[in-house]
Design a binder for this molecule. Sequence first.
Ligand code: PEP
Ligand code: MG
Length: 564
Amino acid sequence: MGAWQGTPISPGIAIGKVIVKKALNAQIELIKNKEPQHERERFHAARSKAIEEVKGIYNQMLQTKGEKEAEIFMAHITMLEDMELIEGVEREIDDLMCNAEWALDAVAGSFIAIFEGMEDAYMKERALDIKDISSRIQRHLSGQGDLNIFKLKEPAIIAADDLTPSDTAQLDPELVLGIINEGGGATSHAAIIARMMGVPLVVYPNITSLVMNGQMLVFDGDKGTIELEPKEEVLKAYREKRKNLLERKIQLEKLKGTKTVTRDSFQVELAGNIGMPKDVKIALEQDAEAIGLFRTEFLYMSRDDFPNEEEQFLAYKEVLEKMQNRPVVIRTLDIGGDKELDYLQIPKEMNPFLGCRAIRFCLKKTELWKVQLRALLRASSYGNLRIMLPMIAAMEELIEAKGILEEVKAELRNEHIPFNESVQVGMMMETPAAAVMADVFAKEVDFFSIGTNDLIQYTIAVDRMNTEVAHLYSPYQPAVLRLIKKIVDSAHEAGIWAGMCGEAAADRKLLPLWIGMGLDELSMSPPSILQTRESIQKLSHEEGKKLVDEILLLKTAQEIENRL
Ligand code: PEP
Ligand code: MG
């Protein structure tokens, strides 16, 4: 019925029925000459479903979080039952003889404008609640209400127009067979999360207009091929490949418990990247020797306000305890770019990846950042914690950040709260500025971890989210490789360790280079760990060194890729 070539993003074979997830049309259309009674009924049915849904969330929050956190959902129920809203929508439907969607959008829009215009910060924020309840009703009006991708009843493939990082993190990997997303590059955070969960993902523009709920679909996350309603022989070939992948996985399991060491005894620490405490289980199942990157921003997403100190402390402690004294690198909040927080209400930026992101945001909102630092330091007593600062580009930022950390340490000492006084503090190496100054930065921190996802985009000036320029976004670019070499050499000259936690850490072609450069640690999506160990056991550090010298003389990414 349809075969397409998409962009492969996360490996694996997906076979199953499809569920379409489309964001609601931001531009709601006015449709006239509608039968008012029918539109009113549609509105009330959708509103009732929304109320049922919020009541469910309220009860769940009450049981799991407590009354204070659940309160907001009670307020949403009150809003959904508000007579001013209901009568306003009914009047609009009657007066214009229009569709319920338009009437609701118009009435909610006028409420939002009133709240946004208020002086009081608390009242201003109510505009967000109106947006929330209105989009909930709109979702039910659109007929997508019952198809909740976060609460799948049976396994399915999701075809989405724009799956955000926090959407992806909320999916159940047991039931999501695969994802086809309309946009986003290989290092978009939605892609990274899918890879981490071991869920296959392909990008294909316009997929949500090509498929319908319930249709049978297969796709290949390694090749990018997609087939809708496949013929029996196609299905058979996909099943065969899935079986082979499974056998290969079982084969790799034999490497559990073996050392990550080259033929000539060069040892590398093989670590896992995680986004939530629950991911430690996946990392340990894949025999991660450490956690090389805990992206803490996911703790802040999918909720209505900032996690408090206690919530964060418990999350960090859980990871540290589960890792039983093995190293755990926890990165402080790296919000911004493609990782948005609805409740932050940050003004839209022209270039969010160059804007108020990561450490820049934290140095502006120091009170908020200190909460995270306090939670981290308190958790440091429960394992082998290493604190990592994201996106440092200038020495001023590092000095200021370390100063704030010292303030928090002093506070804890005053309060007689124990923490590890010698906790390691390192920085992400993900801006060209930091890489060029690596020898200077190396004297100020305990470790470097190279973030190739950003280092590539900032070095080549190519947006990691933009598929139009994806051909330039390459870890094989000689400029990127030279910067990486400089970072590792600078670390070792200063006597500190250097790791890599960007997606390139698991690139099998580049692995001989990382071994040759002498990276001390490689951290990756857990499903890549065992195959990386297998490759490293076949490599030689000495041969890698020679290869690095040879590669760094080449001029183009293509030549380098060919040589590798
Ligand atoms: C990176 O930039 O390589 C990195 C690991 O961080 P993130 O992907 O979260 O930006
Ligand atoms: Mg980064």
